[in-house]
Design a protein around this ligand. Structure first.
Ligand code: FES
Ligand SMILES: [Fe+2]
Length: 419
């Protein structure tokens, strides 16, 4: 339970707020590379502010405040040129650093005059099929090259905009008991009444012990299920909440970064970024990188709860636009949620004292590997195919192709083991 002030401090993401200051230390994926290839400019909203993200004809990416500094028209309706963006209204042109480099109606304007005419800008880069932006002040950190974005494999990116604050989704990342309740017991209930199958990997899991270990990128979550021993990957390795807006999860050839981009206080762009790379699987030479919107709500406003992430989304969104942490009842099984809030509070303090929060990368690097179970819930390849059938990936146009990749890989592994 928190006071209203504490809840506000943890959940508000706008400029000048304590958490907004923390969150402005990180890069965020805000648009798919594909989208800017199809049309080179898009409006995005991030941390409570509106921006225009664009790709120049030269292939560089930029992000500028949506409002033109001249008289305020939207730069989303500008002309993308080979080296910058020109406002559609009167033709002021800005480079990717936001400098005003030309005023159409005043060709003789001096560079000195134009210095005062720039637009606020951030930095933008492409990685792993998505365009990432940094909109904070100060020196721009490195874009972290987490394994998911750089590893070989078939990429499958499901995304949708959800009407709730990002923090309640992050709390779900350190809430192992919900897997037993929501994806186990509740799924069984829905499966029975709707006469649909449920994934066997999620039925009958009983948690014996859970643990949460802070580390340099967030919090490692570990679970011991009844019937497992301490050598199981679920306990020995676990998987992390990646501070401040991701979770790394997977197993059995599936690698998934769950990305919760804080759009504003009451909206989160929720991306399931999955790489399929089963051992023994044949990854095509130019592996596909497909993105699509997954569904989560019916036209009548009821939630779609017949798949894993749909159940999660129901829980996150029905908690309210911003979860009411004043009237909740936190108990000892919420120990992960408590650890998560503590970490966020500590990072607010660090930023207030002028330090970098955790997981801000200042050094160039090739890849950052995070802990992840290889064998999940003690299951084999059917864990992957069940996940595709019963997760957001069921909305993927390449669902059948991905399942075949996992089944063929299993067959190849079996053959190797038998020979
Ligand atoms: S409003 Fe953009 S150039 Fe005038
Ligand atoms: Fe879940």
């Amino acid at each position: 339970m928190l006071t209203k002030e504490e809840n506000d401090a943890l959940t508000q993401v706008g400029p000048g707020t304590p958490m907004g200051d923390v969150l402005r230390h990180y890069w965020y994926p805000v648009v798919m590379t594909r989208e800017l290839n199809e049309f080179p400019i898009k409006q995005i909203r991030l941390l409570g502010e509106n921006w225009a993200v664009f790709r120049t004809e030269e292939g560089n990416y930029g992000i500028v405040d949506e409002r033109c500094p001249h008289r305020g028209a939207s730069l989303v309706y500008g002309i993308v040129e080979n080296d910058g963006l020109r406002c559609g209204y009167h033709g002021w042109k800005f480079d990717t650093d936001g400098q005003c480099v030309d005023i159409l109606a005043e060709p003789d304007s001096s560079p000195k005059f134009r210095e005062g005419c720039g637009v606020r800008s951030g930095s933008a880069q492409e990685l792993g099929g998505m365009v990432w932006v940094y909109v904070g002040d100060g020196p721009v950190p490195e874009l972290p090259r987490y394994e998911a974005y750089v590893m070989d494999g078939v990429r499958d990116i499901g995304h949708s905009m959800l009407p709730c604050n990002w923090l309640q989704i992050m709390e779900n990342a350190v809430d192992p008991y919900h897997v037993e309740a929501l994806h186990g017991n509740y799924f069984e209930f829905i499966a029975k009444w709707k006469n649909i199958p449920m994934p066997s990997a999620f039925g009958g899991n009983k948690h014996e012990r859970v643990a949460f270990d802070p580390f340099e990128h967030g919090i490692i979550k570990r679970r011991l299920l009844v019937g497992q021993d301490e050598e199981s990957d679920d306990w020995k390795i676990g998987h992390p909440l990646v501070f401040p807006y991701k979770m790394w999860v997977g197993g059995n050839g599936v690698f998934q970064m769950q990305i919760r981009v804080p759009v504003d206080d009451t909206h989160t762009y929720m991306i399931f970024y999955t790489v399929h790379a089963p051992e023994g699987g044949e990854i095509p030479e130019n592996p596909p990188c497909i993105d699509y919107e997954y569904e989560w709500i019916e036209p009548d406003g009821t939630y779609i709860v017949d798949y894993i992430e749909g159940q999660d989304i129901m829980a996150w969104v029905t908690q309210g636009e911003i979860a009411d942490r004043v009237n909740e009842k936190i108990t000892k099984s919420d120990v992960g949620v408590i650890a998560c809030r503590r970490m966020f509070k500590e990072q607010i303090d660090a930023v207030a004292e002028g330090r970098d929060p955790i997981a801000v990368m200042r050094e160039p690097h090739d890849v950052i590997k995070l802990p992840l179970e290889r064998s999940k819930f003690g299951r084999g390849a059917e864990f992957a195919t069940e996940w595709i059938d019963n997760g957001s990936m069921k909305y993927s146009p390449q669902a059948e192709f991905m399942k075949k990749l996992h089944m063929d890989a299993q067959a190849a592994r079996n053959e190797l083991a038998g020979s």
